[in-house]
Structure formats: C-alpha cells, structure tokens
Design a protein around this ligand. Structure first.
Ligand SMILES: Nc1nc2c(ncn2[C@@H]2O[C@H](COP(=O)(O)OP(=O)(O)O)[C@@H](O)[C@H]2O)c(=O)[nH]1
Ligand SMILES: [Mg+2]
Length: 327
C-alpha cells in the first residue's frame, strides 16, 4: 500500500485502505499515522435523522452540487446491518450509481460492526483517509436513532439534522437527543403539509435554548428529491463551518474522538474478556459488575505491552456480543 497513491487520490488504493479500516486491521493504523500530516483540510458534514427522512437523497444531491463546483466528495453511509434496512442499503447503492464512474466521488457503506464504540472510531479513521486523499467534503450519513449514531454525527465539523413535517418527528427528535447536536436543521420533504408548523415549533424551541458557543442553529427548507434547497443547505453548513476558529472547534472534536479511541483501544486490550458470559453472571446475580471490571483490570496488568487484538478475534467477540445484545 503506497501512501503516495492515496495522497494522489488513487481510487483503488483508497478503497483498499477503507476496507482495512472497516475490518479494523492493524495495518490501517500504521497507514493513518503516515497520512495524518496531510489531513485537516476537509469539511466533515454529518447528516442524521430518522429512517426515511431523505438523508441519502440529500447526500446524493449535495454531492452533485459540490461536483458542480469541482469539489471532490466522499460519502460514508453508516448503515445498521439489520434485516430491516437491507433494502435501504440496496436503494442507496442504486441511487448513488449516478456518481459511480466519477473518481471525484468516493462512496462507502459501512456496516455497523460491533457496538462497543468501534463504529465511531472507524468512521473517524475513514474521514481521515478521505481527508488525506484530497476530498474537499466528506459527508457522513447516520440514522439518528442509536447512541452510536448520534455520537458519530456529533464528531462532524457540521452536523445537519433532517426533520420531516407532519410525522411527529419534532417530538421524537427531542426525545432522541438529536436536536441538541444540530448546527443546521433541514426541514426536508417541505412539499408535504406541515413544514411551516414544524418551522415554528423549531424556532420556538431554539428561542428557549442557548448554546455555549452562542450559535443559533439555522433552519433550511428542502425538497431533496427535487433538488430544492440544496444550495441553501450547503451555504448554511459553510456559514457555520467558517465562523470562529477551526482550531478551537477541532480541539473540541478531537477531545471527543480521543475519548472514543481510548475506549475502543482499552476494550481491545482485553481479548479474553467475555462480555456475554460476564453479562449473564451479573444478570443472574452471581457476581457484581464492579469486581468483574476490577478482575479484568488486574489480570490485564502489563497489557500495555500486548499487541492490539487481531481482527479475527475482535470479530468473534463482536459477533458474540451482538448475538447476546438485548433488544
Ligand atoms: N416527498 C418527498 N420525498 C422525498 C424527499 N426526499 C426524499 N424523499 C423520498 O423519501 C424516501 C426515503 O429517502 P432516503 O433518502 O432513502 O431516506 P433516508 O433513509 O433518510 O436515507 C425516498 O423514497 C425518497 O425518494 C422530499 O423532499 N420530498
Ligand atoms: Mg439512507
């Protein structure tokens, strides 16, 4: 794998590196270390919202708009691999095919592998790769339902939250806590009734809340399926991005990302930790959770010297955990 090829934007090398990252291969880390000095130029746009809100449609339209400006665009679609969304992923692929032959657009659908924070780290690494490879904008699409997904959207330079009128989406969003992370609200499907009502509700909500950075999130109306409001969405994202110091914002984001990375690394240092079995022990009140953690930490003394868990072991563990994950 040549760093030069990635820096030159060679699609095949980028795709291979993306697969390393997705599979959490240790090689990815060495590569990203080399690429790091070349990162920091891209604008990362996080797009989140309920399933069916039009996130993929908007991503596609934003990519088109940016291509029109001659910009290179990366799209990372974080899709929960569950039978429910199998069709949606296929739908995305077909829709995105418009850009297929275009080397200025790189699209990767990422399966949600594991659920112990690895997803946020993988997404961060993927944006680093695309940043170094010279993509001007990287769009990360996540479903704003799970905690992981909300976390990922929060890690972007600009977070767009999509809402749809007349779906009780407003209330849902407040519950899910995604309203707080929005830098820009996009009222998509403005062709449907209720867009003005939703606009009013959002404005009154925003009137009551004050962000520490003094920013009042902007509200944009769009009909993504008809390409309406796309330029406005991009302009609103850029307005937020260009305000203030990018170092200050970067420092905030990296402090969150470092936390995520540490969490993942730490968990990976314990390949022997059988979370599923331990979970059962706690549930059956055979052991308390604190002594389990203490036990792992003690057994793991000297873990600093141990190599990172290899991908196969991690996969096995994650599969086991996923299977046992309560729903
Ligand atoms: N009426 C209307 N439909 C839209 C709009 N944007 C997207 N859609 C449709 O909504 C459905 C879900 O869109 P998709 O982009 O897959 O949503 P996602 O799950 O949030 O990624 C698709 O059938 C789109 O064609 C819009 O602005 N108005
Ligand atoms: Mg989608």
């Amino acid at each position: 794998m040549s760093t030069e090829k990635i820096l030159a934007g060679d699609t095949r090398s980028i795709a291979r590196a993306a697969t390393w990252i997705e599979n959490r291969r240790p090689e990815a880390e060495a590569l990203l270390r080399e690429l790091f000095p070349y990162t920091g130029r891209t604008m990362i746009l996080g797009i989140t919202g309920s399933p069916g809100a039009g996130k993929s449609t908007l991503c596609d339209q934003l990519a088109r708009e940016l291509r029109g400006e001659g910009k290179r665009v990366g799209i990372i679609a974080v899709d929960p691999t569950s039978p429910y969304t199998g069709g949606a992923i296929l739908g995305d692929r077909i829709r995105m095919q418009r850009h297929h032959a275009d080397a200025g657009v790189f699209i990767r659908s990422m399966a949600t592998r594991g659920w112990l924070g690895g997803l946020a780290a993988a997404t961060t690494e993927m944006t680093m790769l695309l940043d170094a490879a010279g993509f001007d904008v990287v769009i990360v699409e996540t479903v704003g339902v799970g905690q992981d997904e909300v976390e990922i959207a929060r890690l972007a330079d600009v977070t767009l939250v999509l809402m749809v009128p007349g779906m009780g989406d407003d209330v849902q969003a407040i519950k899910a806590g995604i309203i707080e992370i929005a830098d820009v609200f996009v009222i998509n499907k403005s062709d449907l009734p209720g867009a003005e009502k939703l606009d009013r509700e959002l404005k009154s909500y925003l009137g009551l809340s004050h962000r520490p950075d003094g920013w009042t999130p902007s509200i944009v109306h769009a009909v993504a399926s008809e390409g309406k409001g796309i330029a406005e969405t991009l302009a609103a994202a850029r307005e937020y991005h260009s305000r203030g110091s990018s170092v200050t914002r970067g420092a905030e984001i990296w402090s969150m990302r470092l936390r995520e990375m540490l969490r993942e690394r730490l968990i990976d240092r314990f390949p022997a930790a059988d979370f599923a079995a331990a979970g059962r022990e706690v549930a059956e009140r055979r052991r308390d959770p604190f002594s389990i953690i203490d036990g792992w930490l003690k057994e793991g003394s000297g873990w600093e010297e141990r190599p990172r868990m290899d991908a196969d072991k991690r996969d096995k563990r994650d599969k086991r955990d996923k299977r046992d994950r309560p729903r």
